[in-house]
Design a protein around this ligand. Structure first.
Ligand SMILES: Nc1ncnc2c1ncn2[C@@H]1O[C@H](COP(=O)(O)OP(=O)(O)OP(=O)(O)O)[C@@H](O)[C@H]1O
Ligand SMILES: [Mg+2]
Length: 259
């Protein structure tokens, strides 16, 4: 297989923080032009996985290739073809929406004309044209998420990592974002997303991987997993295959509030 067929290829990926083993031998393959959704409870290692695949941290063992490039030995090549929207926003609150996008265009070395056109196009596509001149500090949560994703797309990445892209969004904003993901897919990009929303994986993913205890305990299409676990929803599937429920965003909010 070449990178034309395979956007992400991971073999034996293993990593620990101190004596806490977070990933214990992850193998996965994501065909180009598809969506892979990584599901798992809080602390399962989803963000760690995204950070390794996007060259932000090195794994202890194993191999990962993005668009044919090795994350360890060719990180610059990898960075040139990926976009990452983190679990926590990359927006500069003091800048306007337009300035945030413009900054990304400068980082991507677009020339002035191309940058101007690209930024204008993204502002319209993400419904931010009217708010483009306002400081991002004044944006709602949904607007921030859209701006964050638009910033990721400035450089036209071929492989996009979305770490919990819709957490904290209301149902309508979530649907809008799903629509954006579908449009990106239609344009041929590959998407690796993590989510706590099983419905999201069901809606968007070609392949779902369930991460638990540092291992992928099940992989398949949403339909295959439902069949295998005899459940109707991915919640049932998770419970059947791991013996415990997926932490919901509400659980997460409660936990944060308790801190
Ligand atoms: N920099 C770090 N130093 C030490 N431990 C870390 C570090 N980053 C993550 N961990 C630990 O690694 C484990 C996996 O964390 P990670 O953030 O990848 O989980 P997650 O699946 O993204 O969780 P969530 O759903 O809460 O976002 C957790 O136990 C976490 O405490
Ligand atoms: Mg995370």
């Amino acid at each position: 297989m070449t990178y034309r067929d395979t956007a992400i290829e991971v073999a034996g990926l293993t990593t620990s923080y101190g004596d806490h083993a977070v990933l214990r031998g992850i193998d996965l393959t994501v065909p180009t032009g598809t969506v892979y959704a990584l599901l798992g409870p809080n602390g399962a290692g989803k963000t760690t996985m995204v950070r390794i695949l996007s060259t932000l941290v090195a794994a202890d063992e194993g191999r990962a290739r993005i668009a044919g490039f090795d994350v360890r030995t060719q990180p610059d090549r990898v960075r040139r073809c990926i976009g990452v929207t983190g679990q926590f926003s990359a927006i500069d609150e003091l800048l306007t929406g337009r300035e945030n996008l413009r900054l990304m265009a400068d980082l991507a070395h677009l020339d002035a004309r191309e940058a101007g056109a690209r930024v204008a196009d993204l502002l319209v596509r993400f419904g931010l044209a009217d708010a483009a001149g306002r400081r991002a500090a004044t944006y709602s949560g949904g607007m921030r998420r859209r701006l964050d994703l638009a910033m990721t797309l400035v450089s036209r990445p071929r492989v996009i990592f979305l770490d919990e892209p819709t957490s904290g969004l209301d149902p309508r904003s979530r649907r809008d974002l799903w629509q954006v993901v579908r449009e990106l897919l239609a344009g041929g990009v590959t998407i690796f997303l993590t989510t706590q929303y099983l419905e999201e994986a069901d809606q968007l993913a070609d392949t779902v991987g369930l991460l638990d205890g540092g291992r992928l305990v099940a992989t398949g299409t949403p339909a295959e997993l439902k069949l295998r676990a005899g459940g109707e929803t991915l919640d049932d599937v998770f419970l059947a295959l791991t013996g415990h429920a997926v932490a919901t965003p509400a659980d997460q909010d409660e936990r944060q509030a308790a801190r």
